[in-house]
Design a protein around this ligand. Sequence first.
Ligand SMILES: [Cu+2]
Length: 557
Amino acid sequence: MSSAEHHHEQSIWEKYIFSVDHKVIGMQYMFTGIAMALIGGFFVYVFRMQLAFPGMSVPGFGTVNPMEYNSLVTNHGSIMIFWVAMPVLIAAFGNFLIPLMIGCDDMVFPRLNRLSYQIFLVSAIILIISFFVQGGGFGGAWTSYPPLSAKSEYNLTPWGASLWLLAVALEFVAFLIGGINFITTLMNSRAPGMKMYDIPIVCWMIVIASILFMASVGPLIAGAVMLGFDQVYSIGFFDPGKGGDPVLWQHLFWFFGHPEVYVVLLPAMGIVAEVITTFARKKLFAYKTVLFTAAATGVLSFFVWAHHQFVSGIDPRMANVFTVTTLMISVPIAEMLFVYIATLYGGSIRFTTAMLFALAFLAEFLIGGVTGIYLGASGSDIFFHDTYFVLAHFHYTFVPIAIIATFAGLYYWFPKMSGRLMNETLGKIHFWMTIIPFNFIFIPLFILGASGQHRRIYNYQNFPDLAVPELQNLRVVATVALIFMILGQIPFFYNFIVSWKKGEKADANPWKAATLEWAAPSPPPHGNFAELPNCYRGPYEYSVPGRDLDYWPQNVK
Ligand SMILES: [Cu+2]
């Protein structure tokens, strides 16, 4: 883009609605993701109230019938993964950060970038519409297994199921388009002199995640088309009565679904790495190790999917293979956690709110990782499968990823986004009001799961064999903790909204960080840098104003 194009007067319309500026698109993704998180959060409030106090009239919703329960659970999962974790961690941070951190003025394809957001927005609107069609929102779980999702007597929400499928497919298109932009921009638009190993680790993580997404989503899109035909024309790709195979869907889904975990995990780990290096005042302990283990994790993540299918009738010999690959994948992730801990060692640590969230990510994600080992081993999985143990395990991975690491990133880059500082006291109140209730929600669910409580049951009073009725109190503890966690977000929203307008003004580099985005003004204007940075005099020889010279950036050799 020419500089003349950068500096013409823009109407509000051009500036906020149809902008091609990567920062505006990033923030559109962020605000849409936060809005969807409110919907997904409301859903979990409703169904957890039903689980703790079956049959009660839930304030703000009313009584929950079994169909509504299924629909709330399904859409809570779908929303949190596809419309919250992915848009915020990849699209919002990727768009906002990549051009700023590699020192260029915008993405390579700004209009494609705008198209990506617009398709994403349409997908979100279609999903919301699907809650109100005949039969209600899709209730066949976020994994959408046939026959619950195909045209059959078991699919009680046929309209909701088809709209859900359409919304997910469009969401994938949006992220494919966005991923193309991230990869080409990282490869082509770096500041002159910035070499591969000078790229900030979070940019690498987002790009590796985009590649993983692209490589894994193809089979699922094919599967989605087949499922669509099953829904509308009863072709029977997944129907044994017509010669199809329902387990085929499970393979196509989890071939995508497991790499998907790393699609959101890697950006989260990148965010945490940036926050930790800045607030420990140290370079990342082993930059190349993190980079290569992330890539290795990505490759390995394509060979673990059938650990979701140990009880689906797959060949037990295959279960052994997938047990081994699944246990192997914990090695690189553990290695990354060790690098982060080694980065803290000997550092001059500042306990800002962003840093607290980053540290909490390491501790909480560790619990998620360790409990995954029991599920990855086919012997123990046969017991734990479809219990609340699974549910508690993946919430100990996804909540650290999609909530805790996201907050670390939001608190850290807020001054760059808004030009103002957030209130740290309110931030710390928010931190504790999030972390403490979070553990009180899911530790009881581990206990319930290990005691045999089955997932996806609407009213445990009716199914004493699957419910451990004597542990009802634990369900109440989890629900009450959830309400505390939801209330704990009020200080965040207050802080975020008020600080955006009236917070203390931030200079270009309030944290004295060393990466390039802090060389741009806060907030950066359209075009980002007054003069585009160059790194010809060696890595990071450009000066980031206010950089704390006591420490060096992560990648100086
Ligand atoms: Cu998996």
